[in-house]
Design a protein around this ligand. Structure first.
Ligand code: ADP
Length: 257
């Protein structure tokens, strides 16, 4: 079965492929994700996002900042394909993600890992089981689970806690488990939605360092955060939204709100 990836998996054999390829060839070769004039209007005329355009290239580590209600979560939901934009389009590896067929969506979603402030782990299950679960639901064979899960747990530095129940872990350890789970399908994009919101400063930096390590291994990281200190010290691209509008996009940006 075909798999929707980012960038290298363009040959997905749909009837839209030829047109999409022609469109893609016009773009900067490094552009993997493109928001083109994207707006999201909720019932009651709530303008959650207004005419947002920006690109994300291979290898980028981007902070997405903005005050509460700015539209960060909405932007993330549009990027994961959970909701469609009201206007404009989002293309990933040259494909309009809202034109993906129903059966293609799960494959796209596997290539987009996501972690949250509240971890969303299964508390009565072990570290191993939490990570394995993400593979089990995609019908991965046992042999793959036994091979892959320990490697991912090692990558996030939790080998010694493999058999611990996640409810026994510290906040920082829990976030490592959720990162491991998000990485299990080897995503090309990792979205971190306020990942350090519940963490102490030491754990915060450990998680940011882990996100950097993952980025260095080739995964795009989109970090939505309120944490000024983190954003200012990253010296990476910062995209700022306010009242649903993109108000700043800086290469080595600062938290300016
Ligand atoms: P942020 O993540 O930056 O805090 P959100 O994306 O959650 O911002 O919200 C942006 C705006 O859209 C807010 O005004 C919010 O109330 C509104 N909004 C978000 N989701 C919905 C929804 N499902 N229905 C109606 N309004 C929504």
């Amino acid at each position: 079965m075909s798999e929707i990836g980012l960038k290298e998996n363009k040959n997905i054999g749909s009837e839209a492929e030829t047109a999409e390829k022609a469109e893609d060839s016009k773009k900067d070769d490094d552009t993997v994700i493109e928001f083109s004039n994207v707006s999201k209007i909720y019932p009651g005329k709530v303008e959650a996002l207004v005419d947002i355009s920006f690109n994300i290239a291979i290898g980028e580590f981007i902070s997405l900042v903005g005050p509460s209600g700015a539209g960060k979560s909405t932007l993330i939901r549009l990027l994961t394909g959970e909701e469609p934009p009201s206007k404009g389009k989002i293309t990933v590896a040259g494909r309009d993600i809202n034109k993906l067929k129903k059966k293609e969506l799960p494959f796209y979603r596997r290539k987009v890992g996501i972690i949250f402030q509240d971890f969303k782990l299964l508390p009565k299950k072990t570290v191993f089981e939490n990570v394995a679960f993400a593979l089990e639901v995609s019908d991965a064979p046992n042999s793959e689970i036994l091979d892959r899960v320990p490697k991912i747990i090692e990558l996030v530095g939790l080998t010694s806690r493999t058999k611990a129940f996640t409810e026994e872990l510290s906040g920082g350890e829990k976030q490592r488990v959720s990162i491991a789970r998000a990485l299990v399908h080897n995503p090309k994009l990792l979205i971190a939605d306020e990942p350090t919101g519940n963490l102490d400063p030491v754990s915060t930096w450990e998680i940011i360092e882990l996100l950097f390590k993952i980025n260095k291994q080739g995964t795009i990281v989109l970090l939505a955060t309120h944490d000024k200190e983190v954003v200012d010290s990253l010296e990476r691209r910062v995209v700022t939204i306010k009242d649903g509008r993109l108000v700043s996009d800086q290469k080595k940006g600062k938290y300016i709100l």
